[in-house]
Design a protein around this ligand. Sequence first.
Ligand SMILES: [Zn+2]
Length: 154
Amino acid sequence: MKKFLNGLLSILLYIWQLPQNIAGLILLLYFRKERKVWDYEGIRFYVAPKMQGAITLGQYIILSPYSATDTETFIHEFGHTIQSKYLGPLYLIVIGITSLLHAALHDCKESGKSYYHFYTERWANNLALKYLKRHNIEISYRTLCKLYESSSYA
Ligand SMILES: [Zn+2]
């Protein structure tokens, strides 16, 4: 019975996040040569050679080969998956579009500031840090510091 309910819950969760899940699948189709590197709590991490940076769309996280080597990015993107679960169909509007605009404007407008000063990014870090704490997941002190610095807790 528990297994059935868990299965049902993950289906409902997938549907709740359907717009970004579909966008994620389309992006994976576009990148094609991606490789699944990790599967955690239903979240799939992919590395795509043609990808730049990292993006989270529903239950799919797509990373560039470079960002896949960075624990901070892994954890940050995981924070976006929590936002996706909270916001459901609003994720693409609240997080997706504003993040894309911010990423596009960041370089020319505010090149001195950290990328993570933006609210969508800080919020993702806050959620990820809370998750790590709740699940007693230990990460390196250095990564923890970096995440804290770019969260609202700093
Ligand atoms: Zn982000």
